[in-house]
Write a protein that binds this ligand. Structure first.
Ligand SMILES: [Zn+2]
Length: 121
């Protein structure tokens, strides 16, 4: 069975029907959580909290956030899939942790040839 969005062949049980479309887990997640454009309020409040606490670099980050940060630093740039695989994270876990790293202007994502990669800010 093919995902109607990315056209990749999946096992029937991995396909979810979302708003009338048969989609793989990734595409479903994308549609449910459209990539948010930078949220200036969230960014400045995160940055202000860190500033107040005197935090810089990776100080004040969770262990998972530090792991993501050091992995990306080590690799220069790394694909979404590779991060999930290397750190054994689910998409949801990663998105949550990444939002903080993005807000702290530590990491950013970019797209190349249809794949999402992450690099230092
Ligand atoms: Zn798909």
């Amino acid at each position: 069975m093919k995902c109607e969005r990315c056209r990749v062949e999946f096992d029937e049980k991995e396909i979810t029907n979302y708003k009338g479309q048969n989609l793989c887990e990734d595409c479903c997640f994308d549609l449910m959580n459209p990539p948010k454009t930078c949220d200036p309020v969230a960014v400045s409040s995160t940055l202000n909290i860190r500033k107040e606490l005197g935090q810089k670099g990776t100080e004040g980050l969770s262990d998972t956030q530090k792991k993501i940060y050091s992995l990306v630093t080590e690799k220069g740039s790394i694909s979404h899939e590779d991060i999930l695989k290397t750190l054994n994270l689910t998409i949801q876990e990663f998105e949550r942790e990444f939002a903080v790293l993005r807000h702290c202007e530590l990491l950013r994502g970019f797209k190349e040839k249809g794949k999402v990669y992450f690099t230092k800010f």
